[in-house]
Design a protein around this ligand. Structure first.
Ligand code: ANZ
Ligand code: ZN
Length: 808
């Protein structure tokens, strides 16, 4: 018979699908079909192209799309390009090709590679964030935010990457380093455009509840938003009129506050330095200004200086020294803290180092410790050394103290967030120009909406200036303009947007990408949004995924869309790594390209192997040799069909049971996203079919056709081919996903006698296909009272007899 020829088969079906798309765009025949929007995190069109790691996510999303298609949905499955950003710009600097040109070339190249996956992408929906027709709306959103007071200008020390020569958002600083290039981030005082994401903090937190996302990602977002309840308490300064306001989450420990610490940037830090301490204080403040927040929090040894001044603890009325230390951050809470060394680790360490009083105010199990060796940080115990609070439970007091503090006029109850406003401007060329005009009379004026897009001009030099100005600042004829309000001579904003701007909303645009009147029409939004399933890497947990949720909520508030969460379900695939778990990268020389594998084994084999390498949510080491096994499986499927397609076989009960078990295993494993075990399930069941077929003189067509349908999301080409070979009409994708029949899956039971030394002692009912071990165990259980000696032999003649041989 004909051997499996992956090349011929894959070429044939790709051409057919082109002529006759599987997922017809307008569902004329069946208007009732419900849409299913399955979205990939769109790629950055890098010059390096795709490796087998990129394939993994795209294969997973395509399998899921095709499965949903067979389950009766109309599939929305688009693809596009996240094409602004540093790499294209750096490349332009290096070789002098305009980023627009190199980006376009890369897109074309990667598109070709993506097409090798044979995914269901609808290229009519394609978007590219660098296309003015697209970024018109990225700018439009910014203008809307500006008009709502959610985009504002501010000068302050921001995270600065000295290598990328640009400011960064907090989310882009990972362990103190630039998320892009790994360079240690420093501080730079810069005028910035900010987005007020903090105005959405509560909604971003509360709405996490309604999302079907991995718990891990939800937790990362809620930690990042960091809502905490506490109090702000005023500490009078000894001998002065001002008060120092502190933020605390542990107002129950107020009596234990034996000193205070101000951030070096605190407005009173310098003023409180006494004559004697002045020089030392100034030196310390200077040094602190050079460090990043992360450095400051991670510093091993605590540092600090005493101001020489004292404050009054408002409850104990005791004088407490005021210190300055960089473990207190200027931009969190009030930038000043009350320090309770007995119950806070950092304060404990500080007090030990500088010899400050440690006073325990919470006794665990009623015990007051004489010489504390570490802080007791739990709010669990009884109050001591705390005046009128003595004897109260600290957990209860922690909740009630803010109200009491408020009532006694000592401060107020507060809610605090860790989330900061989003530093949104970049001092780089290859991004969307921020559509703002600085007018000497009118201030900041947005570019009128009807004049958008504000196109990015061509420049001679893309080189970042490093001065905090974008290269656009060098183009006078672009910078100089007139104010749209008063007509006076004015200047354009020259900063650009971060790469996250376009990716925060691109999924809305796919479904109406040609609309030049609206970001997306109401009708289309209603019909196709929101996204049902979003598939991509976990590295975006607090960046892209948080920003997209923020944009979605804003656009909901503006009446553009009528839902508040963009992605109902999220799946994060693990990374494909090189040997020993090393990330695949060009610089490490361990990149495996899919091209040769597709050529040698075929797209179907590679698709299946991408799933077979391991649980999809975990990282997996790539090993080229593994694809052989999958390829051999597909050959066996092919041969099985070749051998049986012309036979007329009536399936036995066993064959029908096997067919139903196949449906059951594939469906339940697929539903629980256990995609690697789906593939091993196919392999096992194929062996079963071969074995049963051998006994019965063949495998019937219905069983083989069912197998073709089940296989189609995974290996679509061969599935179509065998569907046709079996004499079926139309495309395999016109089928409904098969249902299994519980009744048919039940094993037959048979009766077998249980003998001891050849004499029948009982008759039991067992599964016809029970294993030897299970049969013997059941037999022994039935005659356990009659086994009087040592068992020397156990025999199971399948379906006939169990015999226990014993010696007395
Ligand atoms: C007194 C206290 C006693 C505190 C105690 C903790 C334990 P979260 O939960 O992260 O919001 N804090 C306040 N502002 C700070 C700043 N700008 N820089 C560094 N630390 C600051 O943490 C709030 C707690 O962190 C606050 O509660 C404060 O220390 C400290 F047994 O106040 B606490
Ligand atoms: Zn003006």
């Amino acid at each position: 018979s004909v051997p499996y020829n992956h090349k011929a088969i894959e070429q044939k079906w790709r051409k057919r699908w082109e002529e006759n798309p599987v997922n017809t765009k307008v569902d004329k025949n069946n208007k009732k079909k419900e849409k299913y929007y399955c979205l990939d995190m769109f790629p950055y069109p890098s010059a390096n192209g795709l490796h087998v790691g990129h394939w993994r996510g795209y294969v997973i999303s395509d399998v899921w799309s095709r499965y949903k298609l067979l389950k009766g949905h109309y599939i929305v499955h688009p693809m596009g390009w996240d094409a602004f950003g540093l790499p294209a710009e750096n490349y332009a600097i290096k070789i002098g090709v305009h980023p627009a040109k190199s980006t376009a070339e890369n897109v074309e190249n990667i598109k070709k590679q993506i097409n090798e996956i044979s995914a269901l992408y609808d290229w009519d929906m394609e978007v590219n964030t660098t296309d003015p027709k697209f970024y018109k709306w990225t700018q439009w959103i910014f203008v809307k935010m500006f008009k709502e007071g959610l985009a504002y200008e501010k000068e302050f020390p921001i995270n600065w990457c000295p290598s990328c020569k640009t400011g960064l958002a907090n989310e882009e600083v990972v362990n103190g380093a630039c998320e892009r290039c790994g360079t240690t981030v420093t501080k730079k005082n810069l005028r910035q455009w900010m987005l007020k994401i903090t105005a959405y903090a509560d909604r971003l937190l509360d709405d996490l509840d309604q999302l079907d996302w991995p718990e891990k990602v939800k937790k990362m977002q809620s930690d990042w938003i960091g809502k905490s309840y506490g109090a702000e308490v005023d500490f009078p300064i000894d001998g002065r009129d001002e008060k120092i306001r502190v933020y605390t989450t542990r107002p129950d420990t107020l009596y234990g506050a034996t000193f205070m610490v101000l951030a070096p940037e605190h407005e009173l830090a310098q003023a409180l330095a006494t004559e004697q301490q002045k020089a030392e204080v100034e030196k310390y403040i200077n040094e602190a200004s050079m460090k990043s927040n992360v450095d400051r929090l991670q510093d091993k040894e605590k540092t600090g200086v005493f101001t020489g001044s004292y404050a009054i603890n408002p409850l104990s009325e005791e004088k407490v020294p005021i210190w300055i230390s960089d473990y207190v951050l200027a931009d969190y809470g009030t930038g000043a803290i009350m320090c309770v060394p007995a119950h806070d680790d950092r304060d404990f360490e500080f007090a030990k180092k500088f010899g400050i009083t440690i006073r325990q105010v919470i006794a665990k199990d009623g015990i007051e410790i004489e010489d504390m060796q570490e802080a007791y940080t739990e709010a669990n115990g009884t109050m001591i050394n705390s005046g009128s609070w003595n004897g109260e439970e600290s957990a209860k007091l922690k909740i009630e103290a803010p109200k009491e503090i408020e009532e006694r006029g000592l401060g107020q109850a507060t809610v605090n967030f860790k989330l900061r406003d989003w530093v949104f401007s970049r001092q780089r060329y290859w991004g969307e120009p921020i559509p703002i005009i600085h007018c000497p009379k009118c201030g900041n004026v947005p570019v009128p909406e009807e004049e958008l897009p504000l196109e990015l001009p061509k420049v001679e030099s893309y080189e970042p200036t490093g001065t905090g100005e974008s290269p656009l600042a060098g183009i006078d004829e672009w910078v100089n303009t007139t104010c749209p309000v008063c007509g006076a001579a004015a200047k354009r904003e020259t900063n650009t947007m971060p790469q996250w701007a376009g990716s925060s909303w691109y999924f809305l645009r796919y479904i109406d990408n040609q609309n030049d009147k609206e970001l997306v029409s109401k009708e289309k939004a209603k019909e196709f949004l929101p996204v049902d399933m979003y598939i991509g890497g976990v590295e975006h947990a607090v960046l892209h995924l948080l920003y997209s949720r923020f944009y979605t909520k804003f656009l909901y508030d503006m009446g553009v869309i009528d839902f508040v969460e963009p992605f109902e379900k999220l799946f994060n695939q693990g990374m494909i790594t090189g040997k020993n778990g090393v990330k695949m990268s060009k610089s490490k020389g361990n990149v495996v390209s899919p091209d040769d594998l597709v050529n040698d084994y075929g797209c179907d084999s590679l698709r299946m192997y991408e799933l077979f390498v391991g649980p999809p949510e975990l990282d997996a080491e790539w090993d080229d040799r593994g694809i052989d096994g999958v390829n051999r499986y597909l050959k066996r499927v092919w041969n099985l069909v070749q051998e049986n397609k012309d036979k007329e076989v009536t399936p036995s009960k066993e064959m029908i049971r096997e067919r139903n078990k196949l449906i059951y295993d594939i469906t339940t494993r697929l539903d629980s996203f256990s995609l690697n075990t789906v593939i091993s399930g196919f392999m096992e069941h194929n062996n079963n079919l071969i074995a049963i077929g051998k006994k019965e003189g063949g495998v019937d067509k219905e069983t083989l056709s069912t197998m073709a349908v089940l296989l189609s999301p995974f290996a679509p080409h061969i599935a179509e081919e065998i569907w046709e070979e079996l004499g079926n009409e139309g495309s395999v994708f016109e089928n409904e996903w098969p249902e299994y029949n519980q009744e048919a899956m039940k094993e037959d039971t048979i009766e077998v006698p249980v003998q001891i030394n050849g004499k029948t002692k009982a008759v039991i009912q067992i599964d016809a296909n029970i294993s030897k071990e299970d049969a013997i165990a059941a037999g022994k259980e039935a005659v356990k009272d009659k086994i009087t000696g040592t068992v020397v032999k156990e025999i199971y003649v399948p379906k006939k007899i169990i015999n226990i041989v014993q010696k007395n």
